[in-house]
Design a protein around this ligand. Structure first.
Ligand code: PRP
Ligand code: URA
Length: 207
């Protein structure tokens, strides 16, 4: 079983603490979420393969590197949208798919309301992005659909993860790399992460 990568970088942990703070309003929340997402992408893409290519500088020819596979980013709506723009600044050539998933407040089961993915996923590095991994229902539903659509090289980036969510993803996807800024203590009795940061979508969009 693949271990979860927790990004302990001081900048990530500093910004995550500001993000958790209940006094942080939507404007700052949006900025911080994007900044952490970008820092985590640096870690999440570390193992991407590169091939050697030759490049001519103004002075001479040398050998450089080019990413081997195309990148596809898949934010889970709504809250994953808050991570997308800053990640795209790092990988502007990435294609983007969207998965709309909403948790039922009573059963906590995740239901799709939007599925829109680029073609030819099999040859791409697919990064599923969602700030919260709580029960893991949304992540597993998204990974199931991505696999069904042919994605082979998958990884998940979630800012805050509950042990319950990690266990659920690991049960179905033992080898999919998971990157998070924090493994929190537990879920409460209505499926929220403790200590967590509250409802990411609501805080992001001020709803
Ligand atoms: C939140 C969050 C994740 C999901 C995590 O979305 O953004 O997608 O819950 O919970 P889970 O691991 O228990 O499935 P929500 O369904 O509240 O929708 P929203 O982003 O539109 O607010
Ligand atoms: N979704 C959120 O936005 N926050 C949680 O704590 C759990 C699910």
């Amino acid at each position: 079983m693949k271990p979860v990568t927790v990004v302990h970088h001081p900048l990530v942990q500093h910004k995550l603490t500001r993000l958790r703070d209940a006094r942080t309003g939507p404007q700052e929340f949006r900025r911080l979420l994007g900044e952490i997402a970008a820092l985590m992408t640096y870690e999440a893409t570390r193992s991407f393969g590169v091939k050697k290519i030759s490049v001519r500088t103004p002075l001479e020819k040398t050998t450089g590197a080019q990413l081997e596979k195309e990148i596809v980013l898949v934010p889970v709506l709504r809250a994953g949208l808050g991570m997308l723009d800053k990640i795209l600044e790092l990988v502007p050539h990435a294609r983007v798919g969207f998965l709309g998933l909403k948790r039922d407040e009573t059963t906590l089961a995740a239901h799709f309301y939007q599925k829109s993915l680029p073609k030819n996923l099999a040859r791409c590095e697919v990064i599923l992005i969602d700030p919260m991994l709580a029960t893991g229902g949304s992540a597993v539903a998204a990974l199931d659909f991505l696999r069904e659509q042919g994605a082979k090289h998958l990884r998940l980036v979630s800012l805050v993860a509950a042990p319950e969510g990690i266990a659920r993803v690991r049960k179905s996807y033992p080898t999919v790399p998971i990157f998070t800024a924090s493994v929190d203590r537990q879920l409460n009795n209505v499926g929220y992460i403790l200590p967590g940061l509250g409802d990411a979508g609501d805080r992001l969009f001020g709803t």
